[in-house]
Design a protein around this ligand. Structure first.
Ligand code: C2O
Ligand code: CU
Length: 479
């Protein structure tokens, strides 16, 4: 049963109980703010690509500077954001499998930060988790990230210090690693999705989040693709486009549909899947990536919008209307129809499980008399957590059990996993993931492969307010 009032404090209370101070009862309590309808964005909206300054063909060397910057979120209105190299999203870093990546990073923010490389299997000292892998980088400080990129796919980078605030302000960027067997498409687009909470003047709302916003995760009122509201993609009828998406929002689940079109999902977080899968709509939780082939099936001269449909992730979040994400405009000329390319990635099977473990996700509206909600994994709230112990080379079965009334997107650093089919469900094509939705009151089974680097690694909910309020744990992986 789903509680309409959002406030069941952990599994001990069955059903819907109102707690003092919950302000329960007034209509729409659980609903996040509505999304603004906007005109299509007229300007350019491509993510700039970082220039590789190293002549060695197997080294990509770039400079990133995090600093306050001025941007237009609503057309014609100025907003102060935090940006990498002045750009939201941060610029695209592009490499090929096996390249050495050197990122000379400087922090010009008024507070400490780090860069975490989401989804990359790199040494723990380069993972950007303060205290466990590297010190925080103070204002004015710098750090050189150096690592080899082992897997092809679409990854992304963002801070791991006050990430609910720093990512919301604009610090996130895409990283593409090219590999063999890339699908051939008429055009490739990178779409980095976000939502921001803006005021009437188009500025970011920067007050600290209310307990209720922490509970739901802060949803925005303006949807962005590559930092722009409802940008325009001009497509040619008949074309087969490759769309690569990242959900960089703090908390929003995008449930994407393009009326009259079907998607071929060819890849997910950790690269191409073993076989493509067709879909009419796609749920993308914070942190996830998708690699799609889209046949432009519309009429020359027509136009429509990629939409996000309502999705109920618990606690009254299911309301609202569909919202436009991206304007798709058909050019006058068409391309001849051609067959969909066959795409398949090499995704090995999992070895036998060395052991299994259960991780229980819980939430509490008022953590033992505190004002703010507290989120826990196996009863512990970060940073007061007991690290788990695992061994490099092992494969483990993880049962992530959501004992709460809201979905949580579960993310593991440094390693990848395959989502195992639920009992009785047909097996899906094999795919590597690092972020997965765990629906309210459901259990998701993961085959986690500890192949990569030893050290202390984090796992957490990728609703950033939840991670910052306790839903984060650590695993020590011994060499
Ligand atoms: Cu993108 Cu620790 O996360
Ligand atoms: Cu969560």
């Amino acid at each position: 049963m789903r509680c309409p009032l959002a406030l069941v404090p952990m599994l001990a209370l069955a059903g819907c109980h109102l707690l003092p101070g919950d302000h329960g009862g007034h209509a729409g309590h659980g609903a996040p703010p509505p999304v603004r309808a906007v005109e299509p964005w007229a300007g350019p909206w491509d993510v700039p690509r970082l220039e590789d300054t190293n002549p060695d063909p197997d080294t990509v060397e770039v400079t990133l500077v995090a600093a306050p910057a001025e941007r237009e979120l609503l057309p014609g209105k100025k907003a102060m954001v935090w940006a990498y190299n002045g750009s939201v999203p941060g610029p695209l870093i592009e490499a090929k499998v096996g390249d050495r990546l050197v990122v000379r990073f400087r922090n010009e923010l008024p507070e400490p930060t780090t860069i975490h490389w989401h989804g990359l299997r790199i040494p723990a000292e380069m993972d950007g988790v303060p205290g466990h892998s590297q010190p925080q980088i103070p204002p004015g400080g710098s750090f050189e990230y150096v690592f080899t990129v082992p897997d092809a796919g679409l990854f992304w980078y963002h801070p791991h210090v006050r990430s609910d605030v720093q990512v919301e302000r604009g610090l996130y960027g895409p990283l593409v690693v090219r590999g063999p067997g890339e699908p051939s498409a008429d055009r490739e687009r990178l779409l980095v999705l976000d939502d921001v909470l803006v005021d009437e003047e188009g500025a970011l709302v920067q007050r600290s989040p209310s307990p209720h916003e922490i509970m739901l995760g802060r949803q925005g009122t303006l949807l962005l693709v590559n930092g722009r509201p409802r940008p325009v993609a001009t497509v040619q009828a008949g074309a087969i486009e490759r769309w690569r998406l990242v959900n960089a929002a703090n908390a929003r689940y995008f449930r994407l549909a393009l009326p009259g079109h079907r998607f071929q999902v060819v890849g997910v977080d950790g690269g191409l899947m073993e076989a493509a899968q067709e879909a009419e709509e796609l749920l993308m939780v914070p942190g996830e990536r998708l690699d799609l082939l889209v046949r432009a099936a519309g009429q020359p001269g027509s136009a429509l919008d990629l939409q996000t449909l309502p999705y109920d992730r618990g606690h009254g979040t299911g309301g609202g209307a569909s919202a436009d994400v991206l304007r798709v405009v058909y050019a006058a000329e068409a391309l001849p129809e051609r067959p969909m390319p066959r795409v398949s990635g090499e995704v090995g099977g999992l070895a036998g499980f060395r052991r299994s473990r259960r991780l229980a996700l819980t939430e509490e509206m008022h953590g033992s008399g505190r004002r703010a909600p507290v989120f826990r994994i196996n009863g512990e709230a970060f940073p007061k957590v007991t690290p788990l112990e695992a061994r490099l080379g092992d494969t483990e079965l993880w049962e992530v059990a959501n004992d709460s009334d809201m979905d949580h997107p579960f993310h593991l650093h440094g390693f990848r996993f395959q989502v195992l089919p639920a009992a009785g469900a047909a097996p899906a094509p094999r795919a590597w993931k690092d972020t997965v939705n765990v629906p309210a009151r459901a259990t998701v089974r993961l085959g986690v492969q500890f192949e990569g680097h030893p050290g202390a690694w984090m796992f957490h909910c990728h609703i950033l307010e939840h991670a910052e309020h306790g839903m984060m744990g650590m695993i020590h992986v011994a060499p």
